[in-house]
Design a protein around this ligand. Structure first.
Ligand code: NAP
Length: 302
């Protein structure tokens, strides 16, 4: 029996990946890695074994990977020495006899000079480790999450208008749920070994486009208000983000405005066997929820 292990099982994308894997494989073939297995009771209830493990604990990882054929490595959190953690996972997987690792770098445009702090160099590092490991690997490259667009536009855009630094850059955001389903396809099929996919959603939208979409959702004009970088950070901090988190969001928005994620491939659609969720569909569902609740709760990931 081949076993598939997904790390970050208690986080958003790891949990969603296991949820989609359950539609393709019996729970008995699935394993989740969690720092705190008590937070994964819902997965255990579905027959998924949860093994304890921390990216910083090499020996524990090697034990957790025993008998596993494929590992989905959910990328480590920014600002937490991602290189050490990713290297531990790759090396421990190799030691334990894992055959294949699926990793989720952020899409980089060929020849782009754009560097996303805490992300670009760390992604290049783990890709180098994977190539050097001799293991089979698949790179499922992600665009920015649709789930974080609410942050990018300032949190409560239906009330305040879209607040973002100047630019007409577009991004082909994808939802975490679609990306997780694509992970499940790659993990449960053969034929994806040593391939790289760019999982753009689409069509790409600008902040002006998002203001138009929100105007339709709220049935009232939602303007795109250009703010300076300093004003943007202050606005996000007023929404409850810490200064480093707000600065990190700003770096993603600079990438959007530079057109770093405005590309298009059929990779995500091909893996899903259907069109990915669009920005308009996603925002309609999430903002409609806020309108119904009368709240401005926002998705996160930072
Ligand atoms: N494409 C994008 O727009 C975008 C945006 C932001 C972040 N990301 C990246 O995507 C990743 C997944 O996103 P997400 O929304 O699923 O994040 P998330 O909900 O924060 O999940 C992160 C998972 O990683 C686990 N984790 C953190 N540190 C760990 C460690 N030292 N050892 C083992 N597990 C550890 C967490 O465990 P606990 O439950 O114990 O905390 C959690 O399960 C993020 O970590 C980040 O690298 C992408």
């Amino acid at each position: 029996m081949t076993k598939i292990l997904v790390t970050g099982a208690t986080g958003n994308i790891g949990r969603l990946t296991l949820k989609h894997l359950l539609k393709r494989r019996p729970g008995s073939e699935l394993v989740g890695l969690a720092r705190d297995p008590a937070k994964a009771a819902d997965l255990t209830a579905n027959g998924i074994e949860i093994r304890q493990g921390d990216y910083f604990d090499y020996e524990g990882l090697a034990r957790a990977f025993d008998g596993i054929e494929k590992v989905m490595l959910v990328s480590a959190t920014a600002f937490t020495d991602r290189n050490t953690q990713h290297q531990n996972v790759v090396d421990a997987a190799k030691q334990a006899g894992v055959q294949h690792i699926v990793f989720m770098p952020i899409i980089r445009k060929p020849d782009s000079a754009f560097i996303l702090p805490q992300v670009t160099e760390e992604d290049l590092f783990v890709e180098g480790r994977l190539q050097a490991s001799g293991l089979k690997y698949t790179l499922v490259r992600h665009p920015p999450f649709l789930d974080n667009v609410e942050f990018y536009v300032g949190g409560n855009a239906l009330e305040t208008g879209v607040q973002a630094p100047a630019g007409m850059g577009k991004a082909a955001y994808a939802s975490r749920d679609d990306l997780a389903e694509a992970h499940a396809v790659v993990l449960s099929e053969s034929g994806h070994e040593n391939k790289a996919y760019s999982l753009y959603g689409g069509p790409a939208v600008s902040f002006a486009d998002i203001a138009k979409i929100l105007s339709q959702i709220g049935d009232k004009p939602v303007t795109y208000n250009v703010v300076s970088d300093q004003e943007y950070i202050a606005h996000l901090m007023a929404q409850g983000l810490s200064e480093p988190a707000a600065g990190f969001v700003l770096a993603w928005v600079h990438g959007v405005q530079a057109g770093e994620w405005d590309g298009q491939t059929a990779d995500l659609e091909r893996l899903l066997g259907r069109k990915p969720v669009t920005a308009a569909e996603f925002l309609r569902a999430s903002f409609a929820g806020h309108l119904a609740k009368g709240s401005n709760d926002t998705a996160n990931g930072y």
